[in-house]
Design a protein around this ligand. Structure first.
Ligand SMILES: [Zn+2]
Length: 354
């Protein structure tokens, strides 16, 4: 299977495939990269390749029993460590349980594979416990840590893993893959740009028209900030702070309603801020003639018109404020204050020319 079925990660896949063929694959891996670029998929592909029944050059074939069992997450030698429903962290008890499981010989395949995703969700205790497993790896075992926030891991953990970095896929390559999956070339290109080269996001948008519509509305709301009066901005800050808080409640299990297992704390707010950042970077890019990088290319005229009604340094300052707001929220600064500050720093457009 070409590039193990991943989009735009050819280099990472080729390096791992070569190591596997030559029998020098590391026993511990750290897969690093932004959300939705394919880290989780690559971790599963490694587990499949290590257990695949096809010939060495065809692994992972994705068709044999072993590959299918891993794909369905039913394989007895596949161990997935993630944040359990009702918790906000990966706990030491989970790591201890994994340790016990790894001490047994592979049962269904050749190699036990443990995937920790997101590895940065391990609290300090859990990381220290995990370190022991890394230091004395059981035979026939491969450990795969997946993270978008590498620096949240202990340096001693990082130094014991083979690091593989995944980045955004080239938009052209992603658009091609989406078109091959049945989208019209125009729609494929639009979603490849909207997702900024993140195949996971593009495929979700392709599958879910409702999400596509909401994504579009969010971008429109982002740009409408420029004409939003002060009270409305403050109300929006409050609304977003509540969204953020609600996500926290979902995670701690105080409220009913099933949180999606993959949903991380703040993910919905992060998605909103992602769209805002893309929309406002577009304003800057459209104004400076760097149209190649514009995410919402279908709005090029509007973007230029909007940019003409405000000093570009204010746009630039707002983009910085967006990045800063994420850092503050990650550091647990009061979300309402952070979001109010952010909303107040959005550029105000001069009245449109008649
Ligand atoms: Zn296979």
């Amino acid at each position: 299977v070409r590039d193990w079925g991943l989009i735009g990660q050819g280099r990472a896949v080729r390096a791992l495939a070569a190591a596997l063929r030559q029998g020098r694959l590391a026993h511990a891996h750290l897969l690093v990269g932004p959300a939705h670029v394919g880290k989780g998929t690559l971790a599963l592909r490694l587990a499949q390749a290590l257990n695949c029944q096809s010939g060495p050059d065809e692994r992972p074939c994705l068709g044999c029993r072993q590959c299918r069992r891993v794909q369905e997450r039913l394989h007895a030698d596949l161990h997935l460590l993630t944040v359990e429903t009702g918790h906000r962290e990966i706990r030491i008890a989970q790591v201890r349980e994994l340790e016990r499981a790894l001490s047994l010989k592979p049962f269904e395949g050749r190699t036990r594979v443990a995937i920790v995703d997101p590895a940065d969700a391990m609290n300090l205790e859990a990381q220290n416990a995990f370190l022991k497993t890394l230091e004395e790896p059981p035979p026939d075992t491969v450990l795969v840590l997946v993270t978008a926030r590498e620096t949240a891991l202990l340096p001693t953990i990082r130094s014991r893993c083979q690091r593989t970095a995944l980045g955004a896929a080239p938009v052209g390559e992603l658009a091609e893959a989406l078109a091959a999956g049945g989208l019209s070339p125009e729609e494929a290109e639009r979603l490849a740009r909207w997702s900024e080269g993140r195949p996971g996001l593009a495929l979700t948008l392709a599958r879910e028209p409702d999400l596509r519509r909401r994504r579009q509305e969010e971008a429109e709301r982002a740009l409408s900030l420029a004409e939003m009066p002060l009270p409305r901005r403050l109300a929006l800050a409050e609304e977003l702070a509540q969204l953020f808080a609600a996500e926290g409640r979902d995670r701690s299990g105080e409220e009913d309603g099933p949180p999606a297992p993959a949903a991380r704390f703040g993910e919905r707010l992060w998605a909103v801020l992602d769209v805002w950042q893309a929309a406002w970077r577009d304003v800057l890019l459209a104004a400076t003639g760097a149209e190649e990088g514009v995410v919402h290319r279908e709005w090029l005229g509007q973007l230029r018109a909007l940019a003409a009604r405000m000093p570009l340094r204010e746009v630039d300052a707002f983009l910085r404020a967006l990045a800063e707001a994420r850092r503050y929220l990650e550091d647990n600064v009061n979300p309402r204050l952070v979001l109010e500050d952010l909303l107040l720093s959005a550029p105000q457009a001069a009245p449109a020319p008649a």
